[in-house]
Design a protein around this ligand. Structure first.
Ligand code: BG6
Length: 487
């Protein structure tokens, strides 16, 4: 068996936006966990840059607080926390005036490190400017990698313009566009399930699969991100990236190798094969409204009025040989009944029923690929109810829960960012989106967003519900039902 953690080469990681939410909640805790696991070598440096006037000590104190809040292991392992904090250095950089980059560049000129990555943990409208300033100052040096978050643009034209601006600073093979869903354990496991086993491939097509449901339900609301969220809505925040990426991994052809461009070529083909959606028939939108379970979107986002959708349901068709006749239903929303992210592959009914009706219902098989909570894969089948009582059919499932396996080894479920940050350092782009993929996803989403501009505002749905009626109508029209979102 290969070792679980292989040390990376010595690196310098520059985090622009070092005092922001993303750095505190995700990046610092993820780097700490990898450091604690022994993956970060001696001499690696994490350089924070932001507008705040801080020194190294003040940023380390902020980072220590972030670890306390978001990396509970730090309190259990103070030695590892102290070692990690010792790697942090801070320089003040102002993206508005462009001041401060030289001091950062001087720090980076010190010999000793090799790989370099510049992570733009700032608002997306600052990406192009920040990349230009970093390149001009020599911080984004030839050979350095540039990391940006989603949303990448807010429509096709914006994504194209941003691609052009960033690609003027770094080549595509050094540009890492993050979609953190690709770093989730189960998402990678979906690829293992499909392409490391011969069992599913023969039935992974429209002949055997009735439909696929992809759900990303959240119980949280907009969590103080109202300003950003109101411009984005569920379509730009979740569907264009996370849900379409999950669709791609479910629908794609086997890549010839598990390697960045081979995988991304196959995902791109899926995006290009998506049939243009009919915004009336193939889409439903909702916005959560105040109810007994809590305040509505307008109050959460501190707005007087808004036609931003906090819930979207869609019917997508992948127009190719494999999927002709098998729809993909997507839905995502905030303030729903529960937190659930899963892909359900619903197989067709057995072609002929041999058991009498009295034996009970014979449900079609389903494969549930659960991203969260309870990460795992479950094959739902029908068995004979064990014991006496004649031939009675009962549902049963084959369960693969990854958390148990990790727990047995004394490990927790790694956060997606742990994997993704190490991939940046290692120079592996397999789990990052390529520019053409991002553009193809916008090309599908854009016409729907444009049509919504002239349509009725989104339908209200209750906080704590499963979403608006329109989502039910969408799937019921095909004689199918959504899987339950458990509370
Ligand atoms: C982010 C969105 O990309 O994903 C958030 O901007 C959303 O609105 C989050 O809450 C969900 O991520 P996860 O990992 O909690 O499912």
């Amino acid at each position: 068996m290969t070792a679980r953690t292989i040390q990376t080469a010595v690196f310098d990681l520059v985090v622009v936006g070092a005092t922001g939410d993303l750095a505190r909640r995700k990046l610092l805790p993820a780097l700490f966990q990898r450091d604690r696991a022994g993956q970060i070598p001696e001499g690696a440096r994490i350089l924070g840059a932001a507008r705040a006037d801080l020194d190294d000590g003040a940023w380390r104190a902020q980072a220590a607080e972030a670890l306390q809040a978001w990396a509970p292991d730090a309190a259990r392992d103070p030695e590892a926390a102290a070692r990690f904090l010792g790697r942090l250095t801070y320089r003040q950089v102002d993206l508005e005036s462009g001041a401060g980059w030289d001091a950062l560049a001087a720090l980076l000129r010190q010999p000793g490190s090799q790989a370099r990555a510049v992570y733009l943990a700032v608002a997306p409208h600052l990406y192009a400017d920040a990349a230009r300033q970093a390149a001009e100052a020599g911080v984004l040096s030839p050979g350095a990698r540039l990391v940006v978050e989603k949303p990448f643009g807010s429509d096709l034209a914006g994504a194209r313009a941003l691609n052009a601006e960033l690609l003027a600073r770094v080549e595509e093979r050094r540009l890492y566009r993050i979609d953190h869903y690709l770093g989730k354990e189960t998402v990678q496991n979906l690829m293992a399930l499909r392409f490391a086993n011969a069992l599913f491939e023969p039935v992974w097509n429209a002949r055997h699969i009735d439909h696929v449901q992809i759900t990303v339900a959240e119980s949280v609301g907009v969590e103080g991100r109202g300003g950003y969220y109101d411009r984005a809505g569920a379509m730009r925040d979740m569907v264009q990236n996370h849900l379409l990426q999950l669709l791609c991994l479910t629908a794609m052809e086997p890549p010839y190798r598990f390697e960045a461009d081979a995988v991304r070529d196959e995902k791109l083909k899926v995006l290009r094969a998506l049939r243009p959606a009919d915004p009336e028939a193939d889409a439903a939108r909702g916005q959560y409204a105040a109810g007994p379970a809590g305040p509505g979107y307008l109050e959460d986002a501190a707005l007087d009025a808004s036609s931003t959708a906090t819930f979207v349901a869609l019917r997508a068709h992948v127009d190719n040989w494999r999927w002709n006749g098998t729809p993909f239903y997507l839905r995502t929303g905030k303030r729903l009944r529960g937190r659930l992210s899963e892909i359900v592959v619903q197989f067709r009914e057995a072609p002929h029923a041999i058991f009498p009706a009295a034996a009970g219902p014979q449900r079609p098989d389903a494969l549930r690929i659960r991203l969260q909570p309870d990460e795992g894969i479950r094959l739902e089948m029908t068995i004979k109810d064990p014991g006496p009582g004649g031939m009675r059919l009962a549902p049963a499932s084959l369960d693969m829960t990854f958390a148990d396996r990790l727990e047995a080894q004394g490990l927790g479920m790694p956060d997606a960012y742990e994997r993704l940050m190490m991939d940046v350092i290692r120079g592996d782009q397999t789990l990052f989106m390529r520019g053409d993929e991002v553009e193809a996803a916008w090309a599908w989403v854009d016409p729907i967003l444009a049509a919504w501009e002239d349509m009725e505002p989104p339908e209200p749905y209750d906080v704590g519900s499963s979403g608006p009626e329109g989502a039910l109508r969408l799937i019921h029209a095909d004689g199918r039902r959504w899987r339950e979102i458990a509370a």
